[in-house]
Design a binder for this molecule. Structure first.
Ligand code: HEC
Length: 278
């Protein structure tokens, strides 16, 4: 085992050349044949999956009482470009990135998470042949590489798991703020307004608006902390039912929430008179 590496190098190379001469296989037809067989197997699997999907799928959109097939339904409802409460989720193999982004908070560290860390990892990977030039390939003799590999796999597994089970949407975190909103705006005990506040947190309003220091302030949406000082609940119900009628073409209609929910939202907005108004 204790041979010097240079000698091993030359010996190996000679043996390799020898092997090629003695046992080398021609590209045609041998390699071509292998590739053809493998390609046919892959195409066969895809055709089989398509057939299973076709014969197993329910024939109406999801959720109409028919079980979708094991490989999914024939077709689903068309996407709704106007939706504001859709929570985008990546495919499962991106869950680890998805969760990484949740760990880092906008805006300070997001750049590190999205550009910095992946770039460093890729550079390390690309550079691997240049900085790890030892011939040793037995796992137990490469502790640093093995630990790094195990840690990478472990952290990706954990992040994927966390991403898959992550509580949905900022909404669920914002809902936790409802009691403090009620406190600050003075509508503690007003069940209707509290219900509205929850809806407000869950319905994506804060993707555009700001409220008591939370939210995005996007697309020119005003702060709503004191919106109740100027208008009443009935007005807000009207407004949310048809924002376009008030010249607001950015906000979609929320009539889909139903009259009861809209009334609660209206009550909440009307109760939001800002810290000064009480
Ligand atoms: C896509 C971004 C967006 C979303 C989501 C959104 N809004 Fe708006 N909203 C706006 C914009 C922009 C305005 C200002 C329009 C204008 O100035 O004419 C506005 C105006 C309003 C107003 C009128 C404010 C005033 O001073 O009269 C209210 C009330 C309101 N939004 C409530 C809500 C509620 C409640 C939700 C969630 C159910 C919501 N908005 C979701 C963009 C949005």
């Amino acid at each position: 085992m204790a041979r010097d590496l240079g000698e091993l190098n030359r010996e190996d190379f000679a043996r390799y050349k020898d092997d090629v001469k003695k046992e080398g296989k021609p590209f045609f037809p041998r390699a071509i044949f292998h590739d053809t067989v493998m390609s046919l197997v892959v195409v066969g699997i895809i055709v089989a999956l398509a057939a299973i999907w076709y014969y197993d799928a329910g024939d109406t959109p999801e959720g109409e009482g028919l079980e979708p097939g094991i490989l999914g339904p024939w077709y689903t409802e068309p996407a709704d470009p106007a939706t504001t409460n859709f929570v985008p989720r990546p495919d499962w193999y991106f869950y680890f990135l998805f969760y990484l982004l949740r760990i880092f908070k906008w805006p300070e560290t997001v750049f590190i998470a999205t550009v910095g860390i992946p770039t460093i990892c890729l550079i390390l990977l690309i550079g691997l042949p240049f900085y790890d030039r030892r011939r040793e390939r037995r796992p137990l003799h490469r502790p640093v590489a093995m630990v790094a590999a195990v840690l990478t796999i472990l952290s990706m597994a954990v992040l994927t798991w966390k991403g898959a089970t992550a509580k949905e949407a900022l909404g669920s975190e914002l809902v936790l703020l409802v009691p403090s909103w009620a406190e600050e705006q003075g509508f503690v005990g007003n069940e209707e307004a509290e219900k509205g506040a929850k809806l407000f947190a869950e319905s994506g309003c804060l993707n555009c608006h700001t409220y008591l220091g939370q939210g995005a302030g996007n697309l020119g949406a005003p702060d709503l902390s004191e919106v109740g000082a100027t208008n009443d609940a009935a007005y807000f119900v009207q407004y949310l039912t048809n924002p376009a009628a008030y010249g607001n073409t950015v906000m979609g209609s929320y009539s889909y929430l139903g009259a009861e929910n809209l009334a609660a939202l209206g009550e909440f907005l009307a109760a939001s008179k800002g810290t000064s108004g009480g």
